[in-house]
Design a protein around this ligand. Structure first.
Ligand SMILES: Nc1nc2c(ncn2[C@@H]2O[C@H](COP(=O)(O)OP(=O)(O)OP(=O)(O)O)[C@@H](O)[C@H]2O)c(=O)[nH]1
Ligand SMILES: [Mg+2]
Length: 393
């Protein structure tokens, strides 16, 4: 029986439409921001993301039972500085990371606080995980404002920073927190036996299933530092950080790594005004609310001397240096750039920024999304400079 011509035409049109849709679904998405991702043709976050290459340790192949004395876990821990009052924001974050990763590997959680943890905090956090939870107070000598800081000068400086809209500048505890994260956390006795850490904060989100042992991954490849988000900072919070850094380098030129990231640290193309206002530092940094790192790097001679130099100069209090730029400059100068890893496969959000891979392992975020909220946030993205000067590894 002959099929009427209009029906044949309709059938052909449907086939073409289906083929077109298959093509659209399979092609790599176009870059959303013109050519602005470090000169790359497409945003690497939009490319299909799988697991990293090479051998990976999986829970099916090794013993990751929580209480196993001979487990395949390496010496690493999940760490979090947190206040008792933040418990409600912390539980969903812990649940996220347990669901997507740690319930398979059972690395211990170590919580730090400048005050004693309450029984309620301990009970509710331990209930989220099969892994061991440990609760530690920060030693007073690691937290207190150092003796060489003049508090009158601190208050005067805080007033000036407030006029420049620098958030939290008047809050002493915020400065203490930034200093502790910059140069103290890895000196805590509870971390002495550990080499690798994964830093977590309350209220952050994880979107993707990660099915390999991330700590074994960094150990096997000798990775010094892993990040998810690369961001600009407020130059007004750190006018003397780069000048102090330059003084340190001039006095210790041999500390600088042969394969350093100076070009990224001093880029003056992407946001020239930022680099100018921060006196030579682009302000680009690894956003340190997420970091996976090798504490042996921070305990090493170069970073130790660098932190001590910065600490003595007073900028953690007279300015508002964050641990993110301080870690980033330390890593950018003293580490081997080849040993810094972008965890593109770990979907992550700390309000308002995202790392959201294009992968079937992820749900709850939009692939390639960098921010949620006002469009002006887009300009805080420093990935174009990082990809250009350092790469996408
Ligand atoms: N125990 C304790 N934890 C703190 C203190 N200040 C900050 N923290 C923790 O340090 C981390 C960073 O503090 P936040 O207040 O989130 O700082 P931030 O990320 O720069 O600021 P937001 O953008 O407001 O999140 C979080 O894990 C806090 O729980 C403090 O005084 N005591
Ligand atoms: Mg935070």
């Amino acid at each position: 029986m002959a099929v009427a011509r209009p029906i044949r035409m309709l059938g052909a049109a449907c086939i073409v439409l289906v083929l077109f849709m298959i093509f659209q679904l399979n092609k790599e998405p176009e870059l959303s921001k013109g050519d602005n991702v470090g000169g790359l043709k497409s945003d690497p976050l939009l490319a299909r993301t799988g697991e990293p290459e090479g051998e990976l340790w999986r829970a099916e192949d090794h013993d990751y039972a929580p209480d196993s004395p001979n487990s395949a876990r390496t010496n690493a821990a999940l760490i979090m500085l947190v206040r008792n009052e933040e418990i409600d924001e912390l539980i969903p974050t812990m649940e996220d990371l347990e669901r997507t990763w740690n319930s398979k590997f059972n690395y211990p959680w170590i919580f730090f606080n400048d005050k004693p943890f309450t029984e309620d905090f301990k009970k509710r956090t331990q209930a989220v995980t099969k892994a061991k939870c440990q609760y530690e107070e920060v030693p007073k000598e690691h937290w207190d404002v150092p003796s060489w800081i003049n508090m009158d000068l601190f208050h005067e400086s805080a007033e000036m920073l407030k006029e420049k809209n620098i958030q939290y500048s008047g809050k002493v505890s915020y400065h203490q927190m930034c200093r502790w994260n910059s140069g103290m956390f890895y000196k805590h006795p509870a971390l002495e036996k550990y080499r690798y850490y994964w830093r977590v904060e309350p209220n952050v989100k994880f979107f993707c299933d990660v099915d390999y042992d991330v700590f074994r991954f960094v150990e096997d490849r000798n990775i010094t530092y892993g990040f998810t988000i690369n961001l600009f900072d407020a130059p007004q919070s750190m006018p003397s950080l780069w000048p102090e850094t330059k003084k340190f380098i001039a006095a210790n030129p041999s500390y600088v790594s042969d394969n350093n990231m100076m070009a990224w640290l001093t880029d003056d193309q992407l946001r020239p005004d930022h680099t100018k206002d921060a006196n030579g530092y682009s302000t680009c940094h690894f956003w340190s609310n997420f970091e996976i790192g090798d504490m042996d790097f921070f305990r090493g001679d170069q970073y130790t001397a660098y932190f001590d130099h910065l600490d003595r100069s007073g900028g953690f209090f007279y300015e508002r240096w964050g641990d993110a730029p301080v870690h980033s400059i330390g890593i950018g100068l003293f580490a081997d750039a080849a040993k810094v890893h972008w965890f593109r496969d770990i979907g992550y959000n700390h309000i308002p920024y995202y790392n959201c891979p294009n992968s079937p392992k992820c749900s709850g975020c939009t692939a390639g999304q960098f921010y949620a909220g006002e469009p002006f946030l887009a300009k805080e993205d420093c990935r174009p400079s990082y990809f250009k000067h350092v790469g996408t590894h």
